[in-house]
Design a protein around this ligand. Structure first.
Ligand SMILES: CC(C)(COP(=O)(O)OP(=O)(O)OC[C@H]1O[C@@H](n2cnc3c(N)ncnc32)[C@H](O)[C@@H]1OP(=O)(O)O)[C@@H](O)C(=O)NCCC(=O)NCCS
Length: 218
């Protein structure tokens, strides 16, 4: 009787240890899978379908299309200087590594017929500004004027308000970028004003328009 009790408590102990080991292995395996760029089958984490495009997680296989579409001075002149020009393969590699490792994920590809032809994302602000995020986007020139960015912006605005504790999304637009102002207006953003002489681009000191949308508006 004593032997029976002893062996069943040993069995219970072994079972408990096995369960703990199993759970630990499962935990580390899921972290490995989530962070490993070499595993294509977990590529798509986020996917929003709009009429003219899909907004989705960046994939390693986007590199060539990203370089082809991003390497354009007409895009560079309208965005921050950290967006490279010329845009090379190693710039794309760095971007893909960064965007894919970010948690929470806030930078996405704009895809048309499966190909990443642009990007859209938002930067969560900090401290007292943590209820705000700055949104930005670009699209390959070949696809301009088809309502693609407006659709992507609407979708990502809704996604950001639905999934993050945000009250406000905003964008600053260089003074000459009327197309971007129009995109923001069409997506329900309102011009809060002009930030006089607030940026320097291509050697010029310029004004920027500040556009914003608040939760429940639009
Ligand atoms: C700005 C940009 C994202 C627009 O993308 P897009 O997919 O062509 O935009 P959409 O087709 O959804 O809408 C463009 C709108 O701007 C209008 N537009 C285009 N050029 C314009 C101009 N020079 N002046 C006024 N309106 C203009 C279009 O007519 C359209 O409005 P409509 O539908 O009322 O006719 C794209 O041109 C781009 O990537 N530019 C370079 C990067 C950039 O500017 N990023 C934004 C930084 S704030």
């Amino acid at each position: 009787m004593f032997h029976l009790l002893k062996s069943s408590s040993v069995a219970l102990c072994v079972l408990r240890v096995s369960v703990v080991i199993f759970l630990c292995v499962l935990f580390y395996l899921s972290i490995f899978i989530a962070l490993n760029p070499a595993l294509p089958y977990i590529e798509c984490i986020m996917e929003l379908h709009t009429g003219p495009c899909t907004v989705r997680s960046w994939q390693w296989s986007d590199r060539d299309s990203l370089v082809r579409n991003a390497n354009n001075r007409k895009i560079w002149i309208n965005v921050r200087d950290r967006f490279p020009y010329p845009y090379r393969n190693d710039d794309a590699d760095r971007w893909l590594a960064f965007a894919r490792s970010m948690r929470p994920e806030t930078n996405f590809a704009i895809a048309v017929e499966g190909k990443a032809v642009g990007g859209i994302g938002f930067a969560l602000q900090e401290d007292v500004n943590r209820i705000s995020a700055e949104i930005g986007y670009w699209l390959g020139e070949e696809f301009w004027g088809k309502g693609i960015t407006t659709a992507a912006l609407r979708a990502v605005t809704d996604y950001a308000f639905a999934n993050f504790n945000l009250c406000r999304l905003y964008a600053s637009v260089f003074e000459w970028n009327r197309a971007s102002c129009r995109v923001l207006e069409k997506a329900g953003y309102i011009c809060d004003g002009t930030m006089k002489q607030s940026a320097i681009k291509d050697g010029r000191t310029i004004d920027q328009f500040l556009f914003a949308i608040t939760r429940g508006q639009g």
